[in-house]
Every structure is written in structure tokens, then in C-alpha cells.
Design a protein around this ligand. Structure first.
Ligand code: PLP
Length: 407
């Protein structure tokens, strides 16, 4: 992967800082901001009128809806619901399901999710639902399928789990979990926030019922999307005005409408992946976007594997360090790497990195159940280094040099 070419798409990377808090938020791609500015300049009007600029704005938002569906491999653009954040979209979904699921329905939540995919479901206890926790094996840091099988009953209606934990970096076996849940008649709601910045999302392949992630971690603005299977969405009441019909997905879930310029901006991600493809595969004339995305993603995964492997290999040489997650770079891990240092407050490590102009972070990252269950609250959470494809091996070397002096 040509890192000079790749990084040229991110003006923020011209900064002297090294950005390794990408699981907190990534840099924004210039092809996204260019489209946003273009929207402000040329079509910043309300949708749905007959005059020219409004026709353009309407078509732009419709195109972004189609592109997002293609980006996640959904068959119908009306399965894409946009909203301000993953947290809000999940709350909206939970309020809808809470109105249609029978009392006594069981919902399984994990202890390794961000609170966004736990709290909104737990609150349904007030509406008569029964919540069951599915905990990771604290030795392997993995969600285990036999444990899920033990929890599933004929009353289970939903399994809410994370595709990849924002602390552990482990990629959970989404298709296997979904198959098992479906066998018992339960739906799945997957938080893809920590996964989507790294690998292609494919809701059709995994057969998930709901999948959600945030654009500000996938090189876009502070915005998010929720995928829902059409036949399920059609049977939910929605949150919009009384005169917005039940058949009007996604509008019935988007009161006040979407953010037009962010939606249009996200088409800039398609421009970015197309540019990466055309640069790296000059002889390949394929035009199918998903084909292109998959080819580019192999390059991205190989590079991210190198970054993760280099850092993990260094951490393994440090006797005072305990990695919170899988200790080696594998296919089932993203380069979000967390650790604690014996007898050390995680904050103190991060503050020293600030002085080196390396942006990392400490804490529980709203995965409070995980940090509590692992007994690492007293460290003030973990030190988390989260890298993405635009990070360089030189940056990892600088980080290692700085870490080596203090841990
Ligand atoms: C794994 C995970 N899920 C959900 C969220 C919440 O996303 P948002 O800020 O869009 O609500 C975050 C935010 O950090 C996250 O890391």
C-alpha cells in the first residue's frame, strides 16, 4: 500500500501529531469534505421542491442513500437509516422494539460492548423484558458460542453484540453468532463501530438483522447509520409524525430528516476507495464498487496487520505489560491494542505520550462492564493505541521508542 498516496487524502495528517486514537475518531477524508462544501455552495436548500437546486439536493441525498446501501451490501436503500450517532440510533431502535416485543421477551447483551449497545436494551427491563448478560471468557477475551447457546431460549428475541470490541480489538464471529441466534428465533443487533474502519461491511453475507456504525470513525463527519432488514423495519412503528406511514422506511425513523450535507459528503468515501483502487490496480478495469472495495481492503488489512504485529511484538517483550486482548496480530483482530502496566495508572502513560506528540488515550471507553469484570478499574482503565491504515510503520517505531523509555 502506497502510504504517501493514501495519506494525501487526509489533510489532518499534515499535522506534526501522530494520530493513534482512531478508535476514538479518525481523520476526515478530503473527498468527503469536498463534497460537503460543494453541497453548501450549490444545493443548500430544502429537499422535495420543484425548483432546480432542490431537485439537485433531493437527488444527492437519494444517491447517498443508494451508495450507503452498496457500501454495506444491503439490497435496498430504504434499509439504511441515518442519524446523528450510533448511541442515538440504537436508542431509537430499542424504543421501537420495546413497543412491539411481547412482555417476558429475553434480550441477550454482552459485557464487552460499548454502553451504546447495552444500556438501551437494559432499560427495556422497565417494559417487562428480561435481560441476560453474555460474558467473555476472561482468559481468552472471547465471546464463546457454547455460552450463548446456554443462554438462548424460546423467549429470546434479540442478541445484541459488538462486531469488534473497542478495547479488545477481537473480531467476533458475526455469521456464526447470527446463525445460532436465528436458529433459536432471535434477531441480532450488531455494533460495527470498531470494525467498520478496518474491513468491508457485508450485511448480506452475515445475514444480520441490524448493524450500526459511526462515520466519524470511518473517515467522515460526526454522523452514523443503522442498517435494518426491510421486513423487520416495516413492522416497527417508527418515531416520526403521525401522518408518516408505516411503509415509509427510513423516513419514519428520521424525524426532522437527515443531515443532507453529511449524507452527500459520505459519497466522498466512495471517491476515496475508487482512487485507492485505481492507483494500486492500474490494469484492472472492473467497475463494480464492492469488487474494488474488497481488493483495496486486502491491502489495508495487510498493512494494518504489519502495524499491529510490530506493536504487539514490542509489548510482548515488556514484563510489566499485560495486553488486554489477543496478544498477537491475527485475522480476527483489528489493530486496536490495549494494555495495562503493573502498578501504573494508565493516565500517566498517556500524558507522557502527549509530550511526544503522540495522540493516544486511556480509560474504559464506555465499555464499563468489561473494565469492571476484568478487574482493571484500579488502573484507571487501559492504555489504548488504535491504528488505522493511514498510520505508518515509522509512526509505530516512534511510538515504540517513546514507550520503551517509560514502561
Ligand atoms: C464500539 C463503539 N460503539 C459505539 C460507540 C458510540 O458511537 P457514537 O459516538 O456514534 O454514539 C462508540 C464510540 O466510541 C464505540 O467505540
Amino acid at each position: 500500500m502506497d502510504l504517501n498516496f493514501t495519506r494525501s487524502f487526509f489533510p489532518g495528517l499534515e499535522s506534526p501529531w501522530i494520530f493513534m486514537d482512531n478508535a476514538g475518531g479518525s481523520q476526515i477524508c478530503r473527498t468527503v469534505t469536498e463534497r460537503m462544501f460543494d453541497f453548501y455552495r450549490s444545493s443548500h436548500v430544502q429537499l422535495g421542491a420543484s425548483y432546480g437546486p432542490s431537485v439537485i439536493a433531493t437527488e444527492r441525498v437519494a444517491e447517498s442513500q443508494r451508495w450507503m446501501a452498496e457500501y454495506i451490501n444491503a439490497s435496498d436503500p430504504c434499509e439504511v437509516i441515518m442519524g446523528s450517532s450510533t448511541s442515538l440510533l440504537l436508542r431509537m431502535l430499542a424504543s421501537n422494539l420495546g413497543r412491539v416485543l411481547p412482555k417476558g421477551s429475553e434480550i441477550i447483551v454482552t459485557n464487552c460492548d460499548h454502553e451504546a449497545n447495552i444500556g438501551c436494551w437494559r432499560e427495556l427491563e422497565n417494559s417487562g423484558m428480561i435481560i441476560k448478560p453474555w460474558k467473555i471468557n476472561p482468559e481468552t477475551f472471547k465471546l464463546e458460542l457454547p455460552e450463548l447457546e446456554r443462554l438462548l431460549t424460546r423467549q429470546t428475541r434479540l442478541v445484541a453484540f459488538t462486531h469488534s470490541s473497542n478495547i479488545l480489538g477481537t473480531i467476533n464471529p458475526i455469521a456464526d453468532i447470527t446463525r445460532l441466534a436465528h436458529t433459536h428465533g432471535a434477531m441480532v443487533c450488531v455494533d460495527g463501530v470498531a470494525y467498520a474502519p478496518h474491513k468491508p461491511v457485508d450485511v448480506a453475507l452475515w445475514n444480520v438483522d441490524f448493524y450500526v456504525f459511526s462515520f466519524y470513525k470511518t473517515y467522515g463527519p460526526h454522523y452514523a447509520m443503522l442498517y435494518g432488514k426491510k421486513q423487520i423495519l416495516d413492522n416497527l412503528p417508527g418515531n416520526n409524525h403521525y401522518f408518516i406511514g408505516k411503509d415509509q422506511s427510513p423516513y419514519k425513523f428520521q424525524p426532522g430528516n437527515v443531515n443532507f450535507e453529511f449524507a452527500w459528503g459520505m459519497c466522498g468515501l466512495r471517491d476515496y476507495y475508487n482512487a485507492l483502487f485505481e492507483f494500486h490496480f492500474p490494469g484492472d478495469n472492473a467497475s463494480d464498487f464492492r469488487y474494488r472495495l474488497n481488493k483495496v481492503s486486502v491491502l489495508i488489512s495487510n498493512h494494518e496487520h504489519l502495524l499491529g504485529n510490530t506493536l504487539l511484538a514490542f509489548l510482548a517483550t515488556k514484563p510489566r505489560v499485560r495486553i488486554i486482548g489477543q496478544p498477537t496480530a491475527t485475522e480476527t483482530r483489528v489493530p486496536t491494542i490495549s494494555f495495562i502496566v503493573n502498578d501504573t495508572d494508565s493516565e500517566s502513560v498517556v500524558l507522557k505520550m502527549d509530550k511526544e506528540m503522540i495522540g493516544i488515550r486511556f480509560g474504559d471507553f464506555y465499555a464499563k462492564h468489561l473494565v469492571r469484570d476484568l478487574g482493571i478499574e484500579r488502573y484507571n482503565g487501559v492504555v489504548r493505541i488504535s491504528m488505522v491504515h493511514y498510520n505508518t510503520i515509522e509512526e509505530v517505531d516512534k511510538l515504540i521508542l517513546a514507550l520503551d523509555r517509560i514502561i
